[in-house]
Design a protein around this ligand. Structure first.
Ligand code: C2O
Ligand code: CU
Length: 479
C-alpha cells in the first residue's frame, strides 16, 4: 500500500514559486512524515486548525493526526488498506469508509458491525480497495458532533490507468457554524436543526481553509474531486465561464456529461469528479459561486490565472474512466420494495395507518421516519432482508418538504428513474439526493453479506430517526 501526499512537496514548491496565490489554499494537508508505516496510524483527538485566514487565530477542532481534513489516504485499485484507528478523544468513536465496499466487519458502524473504539483504544481496519474513485472517511459514532467538529478525510483510489490531466485536485468542502470569536458553535443536536434542513453553518471551507483564490494556468486540464463533508449543506457550484464535465459520481465512473443547467449539485457525503479545462487567458479571474439555496448565493473562491499559458487549445484526451467491477442488476424480474420517507417540519403527508405511531415517536424526539419507523440507535431489526446475490429495486418516495441525501452502506446502486422517468446515465451512486416530494428508483445486486446502514446523510436527520438497517442474508433463499 502506498500512502502519499496528494501533491508532493516538490510539486508544491515548483508551482508555488511561479504562483504565490497557491499558498492561499494548500492541498489537503497530511500529518505524515518520513516513510509510510503499515498499518497507517490515524489518531482522532482534539486539536486546533487555522480554518480562518490570518490575522484570525486558530479554531478548536477534533481531527485525525492533527489536521482538518485528516490525512489523504491514497492507494491504487486492488491495494490492501490497513489503518490502525486510535481513539484520543474523550468519547467512543469508529471510522466508516464512506462508499468503499468493505466486508461488513470493517464498515465502522458502532454496535452494528463492531464495538465502538473506547477512549484510549484502537481498532485495525483492513480491506481491499475494489473500486477506483473518490471516497472519504468519517466516524459513525455521534456523527453530528464528531464530523461537525472536523473528523473526516479523503480516501482516493487511483485507477491502474488514470485519465490524463495536468493536475488532480481534491476539494473537501465543509460548512461550519462558527461563533463570533471563531470557535465552533456548541449547539450540536438541537431540535430546530433536526426538524429543518440540518445544521447549516456560516463558514464554508475547502480542505479546511476559508479559501480566497486558487492559482490556475491557462490551458491546463484539472481533475477536480469534490467531496461534501458538511453535516447538512448542499452545494450547487457555478464555475462561471468554465465548462465542467462530470466524469464520476460517488467514485463511480459515469458517461462524461455537462451538469444539468451548468450547476454541479453535491449533497452531503456525495462526491463529484469533474474534468475542467482552464479556457481563460492569463490574468483572468473566475469566481466560483455556490448557488444552491436561492437568494443565498455566495462567492466560494476565485480561480486566478497565472501569467503563462500551458497550451492554446483544449486537449482531446479521453475523459472516460475505466468501469469498476460492480455487479449489474438483472432488470428482468428484480425484487421490488417501497421505501417511504416522512417527517420534519411542513411535511405534506403522513402515511394513513402509521400516523398515530409516528405521532407517538415524535413525542419521544424522533422527527424522521422510514416506512413509518424512526431509528433510535444503530442496532435495530432490519427494515428489509435481501437474499444475497439477488437483484433489487427500491422505489423510494420522499414525502417531506426537505432534500435528503440517502446513503446505503456496502453497495453502490444505479439510479434508474426519477419521478417515473428513466435517468439518462443510470449512474452508480452510494448516496442519492432526493428533492422534496421526489420519487427515485435505485437498482443493485445485494452481493455484500451483512447488516448495512441505510440512512439520510444530513447527520441531524439521521440522528433524529432517518435511518434503518438492511440485511443482505447469505442464508435466505431466493424467491
Ligand atoms: Cu458517510 Cu453511514 O455514512
Ligand atoms: Cu434527511
Amino acid at each position: 500500500m502506498t500512502l502519499y501526499r496528494p501533491i508532493s512537496r516538490r510539486h508544491v514548491l515548483r508551482t508555488g514559486a511561479a504562483f504565490t496565490a497557491i499558498s492561499a489554499l494548500s492541498p489537503v494537508r497530511t500529518a505524515m512524515a518520513g516513510p509510510i508505516q503499515d498499518p497507517f496510524v490515524m489518531r482522532a483527538a482534539s486539536g486546533r486548525a487555522a480554518l480562518r485566514p490570518a490575522p484570525y487565530g486558530p479554531t478548536d477542532v477534533w481531527s485525525y493526526n492533527g489536521s482538518v481534513p485528516g490525512p489523504e489516504i491514497r492507494v491504487r485499485q486492488g491495494d490492501r488498506i490497513r489503518i490502525l484507528a486510535r481513539n484520543g478523544l474523550d468519547e467512543d468513536t469508529t471510522i466508516h469508509w464512506h462508499g468503499i465496499r468493505t466486508p461488513n466487519a470493517m464498515d465502522g458502524v458502532p454496535f452494528l458491525t463492531q464495538d465502538p473504539i473506547p477512549v484510549g483504544g484502537d481498532f485495525l481496519y483492513e480491506f481491499d480497495a475494489l473500486d477506483a474513485g473518490t471516497f472519504w472517511y468519517h466516524p459513525h459514532q455521534r456523527s453530528v458532533e464528531q464530523v461537525g467538529r472536523g473528523l473526516y478525510g479523503p480516501l482516493i483510489v487511483d485507477e491502474a490507468d488514470p485519465i490524463r490531466v495536468d493536475r488532480d485536485l481534491t476539494w473537501m468542502l465543509d460548512d461550519w457554524r462558527m461563533t463570533r470569536d471563531g470557535q465552533i458553535s456548541a449547539d450540536f443536536g438541537n431540535r430546530r436543526d433536526a426538524m429543518h434542513g440540518g445544521r447549516i453553518g456560516n463558514s464554508v471551507t475547502i480542505n479546511g481553509q476559508i479559501p480566497e483564490r486558487i492559482a490556475v494556468r491557462s490551458g491546463e486540464r484539472i481533475r477536480l474531486r469534490l467531496v461534501n463533508a458538511a453535516n447538512a449543506r448542499i452545494f450547487g457550484l457555478d464555475f462561471g465561464d468554465l465548462v465542467p464535465v462530470v466524469v464520476a459520481l460517488d467514485g463511480q465512473p459515469v458517461t462524461p456529461h455537462a451538469p444539468d443547467s451548468g450547476i454541479v449539485v453535491i449533497g452531503p457525503a456525495m462526491r463529484v469528479d469533474l474534468v475542467i479545462d482552464m479556457t481563460g487567458k492569463p490574468g483572468d479571474v473566475i469566481t466560483v459561486i455556490d448557488a444552491f439555496y436561492e437568494g443565498l448565493e455566495y462567492r466560494l473562491v476565485d480561480l486566478a490565472y497565472g501569467p503563462d499559458r500551458l497550451r492554446d487549445s483544449v486537449p482531446d484526451w479521453s475523459m472516460d474512466l475505466p468501469p469498476n467491477p460492480l455487479a449489474d442488476p438483472d432488470m428482468t424480474s428484480p425484487a421490488r420494495h417501497r421505501i417511504v420517507f416522512n417527517g420534519g417540519m411542513m411535511g405534506q403527508t403522513m402515511m394513513g395507518g402509521g400516523m398515530g405511531s409516528m405521532m407517538d415517536q415524535m413525542r419521544e424526539g424522533n422527527m424522521w421516519f422510514i416506512n413509518g419507523k424512526a431509528a433510535t440507535g444503530q442496532m435495530m431489526d432490519p427494515l428489509l432482508v435481501l437474499p444475497q446475490g439477488t437483484s433489487q429495486v427500491f422505489e423510494m418516495n420522499n414525502r417531506t418538504a426537505w432534500h435528503h441525501p440517502i446513503h446505503f452502506h456496502g453497495h453502490s446502486f444505479r439510479v434508474i428513474a426519477r419521478n417515473g422517468q428513466p435517468t439518462r446515465y443510470r449512474e452508480w451512486q452510494d448516496t442519492v439526493l432526493m428533492a422534496p416530494e421526489e420519487r427515485v428508483e435505485i437498482a443493485f445486486v445485494a452481493d455484500n453479506p451483512g447488516d448495512w446502514m441505510f440512512h439520510c446523510h444530513i447527520l441531524e436527520h439521521q440522528a433524529a430517526g432517518m435511518m434503518g438497517v438492511i440485511r443482505v442474508d447469505p442464508r435466505a433463499t431466493k424467491t
